[in-house]
Design a binder for this molecule. Structure first.
Ligand SMILES: [Zn+2]
Length: 367
């Protein structure tokens, strides 16, 4: 497989017609959520970045099936997907099945519907970040559908009913759906926007150079929480749904990630050792404090998205200048520094209660 060379630029997004084989197809029938009703249904969408309906390949992602993915700390995968083939073996192009209904391509089996819907959701996120001038949107990434993932000590992700972004190899994974009755993750636009936001974080905060970073594992935990929080925030923004996880996760898990519920930082979380789940650090509770607070601020701060991206770049510069350490609040403080004075005063007043456990750290930016 290609280890790099995913360099198709976003010029293709300006086109509105898919030129597929013989005859023109202008839209593709996919599953999406209707914002007005909150219901999931089929929608005929133009997918301007999609170059091949047959192989679900475009300038945002390219889908592969049949691959085996080896996730372990000893693998020699390099940043930006260089040597990605050390991690991935036996990828195959996917082949969708579809028919034309007028100018619409209609998938004729579940897998084709799922893959094309997933592309549509990734594209929506990519377009959103492109409009914010995120650097990641210049090259596409592979997405491996239903991969075989051998269990290893390093593996902390569920290999079914899941989706993931693997930063070092710059690739996406969509695991197979076993649990029917909910919206499969590949059909949930918020979930794939969340994964796409991880890719943006990898490029913006880590400069797409994570392979050689040596940092305090507790600081890495705290930054992992920021990564999850920012991904949930952007996902909710992109699909305008602070409860996007509720369509695919069970009630308890979804309630814990509901961005419309106010959250507060706990003292026990400050050192990066807690909370844990099944014996390993759980980044979501701290991440959800950040995400819920950003969501709470969004109506009052027009350019909050820009400030969130700018904070990612600031933390990257700070990490490279001051070494790879991180404390709770560093990201939020960087974000506040990117707001104008009146907006910052407002945001500080809003955040003081939430971040009371670490508020002394904010004294330089919140007077
Ligand atoms: Zn995540």
């Amino acid at each position: 497989m290609r280890a790099d060379g995913y360099q198709q630029h976003y010029v293709a997004m300006l086109a509105v017609t898919l030129m597929i084989g013989c005859g023109e197809v202008h839209r593709v029938r996919v599953i999406d959520r209707i914002e007005r009703s909150g219901r999931f249904t089929t929608v005929d969408k133009p997918l301007p970045t999609l170059d091949s309906i047959d192989h679900v390949r475009g300038s945002v992602v390219e889908m592969f099936g049949g691959a085996s993915i080896r996730i372990d700390s000893a693998n020699p995968a390099r940043d930006r997907g260089v040597n990605r083939d050390q991690l991935v073996s036996h990828p195959e192009s996917v082949q969708t099945s579809w028919v034309k209904d007028g100018e619409v391509a209609v998938p004729t089996d579940i897998a084709s519907l799922l893959l094309l819907s997933a592309y549509a959701h990734f594209e929506r996120a990519a377009v959103y970040f492109s409009e914010l001038d995120s650097i990641v949107t210049e090259n596409s990434a592979p997405c491996f559908y239903d991969p075989h993932i051998p269990i290893s000590d390093d593996l902390t992700v569920s290999t079914v009913d899941n989706a993931a972004y693997v930063p070092i190899a710059d690739l996406f994974l969509i695991m197979r759906t076993e649990k029917l009755g909910d919206i499969p993750l590949a059909l949930n636009p918020g979930v794939l926007a969340h994964e796409y936001a991880h890719r943006v974080f990898y490029y913006e905060l880590w400069g797409a150079e994570l392979a050689d970073v040596e940092m305090d594992p507790l600081a890495a935990n705290l930054l992992g929480a920021v990564d999850e929080g920012v991904a949930d925030y952007f996902a909710a923004r992109i699909v305008n749904d602070p409860q996007f996880t509720s369509h695919s996760l069970d009630e308890t898990a979804a309630a814990a990630r509901d961005l419309s519920t106010p959250r507060q930082l706990e003292v026990a979380w400050l050192d990066g050792t807690k909370p844990t789940k099944s014996g390993v650090y759980d980044p979501y509770p701290l991440g959800t404090v950040l995400a819920a607070n950003l969501w709470h601020l969004v109506d009052a701060i027009a350019d909050l998205d820009t400030a969130v991206l700018a904070a990612q770049r600031s933390v990257r510069i700070d990490l490279s200048t001051h070494g790879f350490t991180y404390q709770v609040g560093d990201f939020e403080i960087a974000l506040l520094q990117h707001l104008d004075e009146s907006t910052r005063i407002y945001a500080c007043a809003e955040l003081e209660y939430t971040y009371a456990a670490a508020w002394n750290r904010f004294s330089g930016v919140c007077l």
